[in-house]
Design a protein around this ligand. Structure first.
Ligand code: ZN
Length: 226
């Protein structure tokens, strides 16, 4: 096949693709036809761009079953048109029923924000994480060790970003018109591949701040107990 031999710079990836497509058709001859005809995911995943956190694989969903937005450190920034457009399309057009903000322990974006060493343009993006750290200085100070503080900041960041989803006009409008929509905060551990629900679950226009405070309280209690 022209341009796809193994001698081409990315030939091995194209070959992988051919094998994957063949395998999908062998397992289910109508696989691609069905995908073409319908995109009806029930879930929107907002996750980190980290290559070790493959959204569909983690939750065992096939193409067509999960709408995905990823950026460095899974941020939901109020003025980020990219993330907001994905959110709006997912909620208003696809009618997803769940928005999952999923962070992960060992996040390079979180670590870089904590170190605050200059890296270039991305420093402006990482400021949002530093804002989260500043807001929760007391909670973070309760962690004696640096790795404990980093883990806690990963968790706090996910909770704050899930809270940000709830505050968008998109989620608020959906709830006001009675659409079924739940927002969740999850965290993924690279070392064992397991996801943990951080206990934030918003299903309506009100009560998100209390939901956030309760989830953070549980994190603090867990830290003190451990
Ligand atoms: Zn990350």
């Amino acid at each position: 096949m022209k341009g796809t031999s193994s001698r081409a710079p990315l030939g091995h990836l194209i070959e992988n693709n051919r094998r994957w497509a063949q395998g999908a058709v062998q397992a289910d001859p109508a696989f691609f036809q069905r995908l073409v005809e319908q995109q009806a995911p029930k879930y929107l995943w907002i996750g980190c761009a980290d290559s070790r956190v493959p959204a569909n694989d983690i939750v065992g969903l096939l193409p067509g079953e999960l709408f995905v937005h990823r950026n460095v450190a899974n941020l939901v920034v109020h003025s980020d048109l990219n993330c907001l457009s994905v959110l709006q399309y997912a909620i208003d057009v696809l009618h997803v029923e769940h928005v999952i903000v999923c962070g992960h322990y060992g996040c390079g974006g979180i670590a870089a924000a904590a170190r605050a060493a200059p890296l270039g343009l991305i420093d402006n993006w990482l400021r949002h994480i530093q804002d989260v750290a500043e807001r929760h200085r007391e909670t973070l100070a309760g962690e004696a060790h640096e790795c404990g503080r980093a883990d806690r900041l990963c968790e706090l960041n996910v909770l704050e970003q899930a809270h940000n989803v709830c505050r968008t006009t998109i989620a608020q409008d959906a709830w006001r018109r009675g659409q079924s929509l739940a927002v969740h905060a999850w965290i993924y551990r690279l070392t064992d591949g397991l996801v943990q629900d951080l206990g934030f679950s918003a299903r309506g226009t009100q009560g998100h701040a209390a939901e956030l405070a309760a989830a953070i309280g549980r994190l603090r209690n867990r830290g003190e107990a451990g």
